[in-house]
Ligand binder design. Structure first.
Ligand code: HSE
Length: 323
């Protein structure tokens, strides 16, 4: 962290009032089959927010789109908590916020909505603190991971592309990779939600050594398949560490993944579910997968063909037009 030497924390806080930033954060899919808590992919569907620092007595929060009428509109709002956490890490008192969110990332479906909210707060705070405190990319990942618990959604939300995230004694780290241009993600979103906490509670404390070896081989292969050899994606997305244990909590997801994989499509649970991610090798395979879902699914699924987002979260200052 770099802090401007001349600013006192009270001086910094008053310099921030009046600033407004625009933040855009992509959806993400974590795990990608074998890469449990490690691999993540940023997808071109976004939450966008405008965040201003004000001298009002309380926060003013508006939410449009996904979560409208459902999420809290006070300091317990996840974006506000994340801004507060980032200001605390910067050692600068947090101002009141005016926050207007336009959300399109589905909630509770395994598409990284909570990671996106956390990253939105971290990015909004860094934009409001511009010129006063600067965080390194590792610090941004660390701050976001402190709130999310694991780095596999927040890393691609912050940095875009395909990310490998790992945890060291000095905090989480990431490596960003550029996905092969043929890879054509398809996200299938069911109507019901799934709690990540419930999904994590279904995981066993330990797994057979042979299953660990199985996943080591598949996740190493998956990185090669995603950046170089999409024809290997079906084998590379096999997993024995998490999906089988969670299947009972999302039987429709499990059945549809089996049907897609039996037809040759690399389908996996997206994050903790219940959405499905199909990592098709090209757009025509993706269209085939959509047809299979339309013909065979027992329940309603929204099919979202999404590009890979290569940029990650962005924050830009909003400058008032001259009157
Ligand atoms: N790796 C996480 C899990 C992603 O599967 O539990 C969801 O937050």
């Amino acid at each position: 962290m770099i802090a401007a030497a001349t600013e006192t924390s009270a001086g910094a806080a008053s310099a921030i009032v009046g600033r407004t930033v625009h933040v855009k954060v992509p959806a993400t899919s974590a795990n990608l089959g074998p890469g449990f808590d490690t691999l993540g992919l940023a997808l071109a569907r976004y939450d966008e927010l405008e965040v201003s620092a004000t001298d009002a007595a309380t926060h003013q929060i508006e939410v449009h789109g996904v979560g409208e009428g459902e999420v809290p509109l006070d300091e317990s709002h996840l974006v506000v908590r994340s801004v507060a956490h980032t200001f605390a890490r910067a050692g600068v008192p947090m101002p009141s916020l005016r926050l207007v969110a336009h959300n399109s990332i589905p909630h509770g479906r395994g598409l990284g909505s909570s990671g996106a909210a956390i990253v939105a707060g971290v990015m909004a705070a860094t934009g409001l603190l511009e010129g006063i405190v600067e965080f390194t990319p590792d610090e941004l990942l660390e701050i976001a991971t402190e709130l999310e618990g694991h780095p596999d959604n927040v890393a691609p939300a912050l940095f875009g592309g395909l990310t490998i995230a790992w945890v060291t004694p000095d905090g989480p780290r990431h490596k960003k990779l550029i996905v092969h241009r043929g890879v054509s993600p398809l996200v299938l979103v069911p109507e019901h939600e799934m709690s990540t906490a419930l999904a994590r509670s279904l995981q066993p404390e330990s797994v057979p050594h042979s299953d660990a070896v199985f996943n080591v081989s598949r996740s190493a292969l998956l990185v090669a398949a995603l950046i170089q050899s999409p024809e290997l994606l079906l084998q590379a997305t096999e997993d024995k560490l998490h999906q089988r244990y969670r299947a009972e909590a999302m039987p429709e997801t499990d059945r549809l993944i089996r049907a897609l994989r039996a037809a040759g499509h690399p389908a996996v649970v997206s994050g903790a579910g219940p959405s499905i991610l199909v990592l098709a090798s090209d757009p025509s395979e993706r269209a085939d997968a959509v047809r299979l879902v339309e013909e065979s699914a027992e329940t309603a699924w929204q099919a979202l063909p999404l590009a890979v987002d290569f940029k990650g979260a962005t924050v830009t200052p909003v400058v008032d037009a001259p009157h």
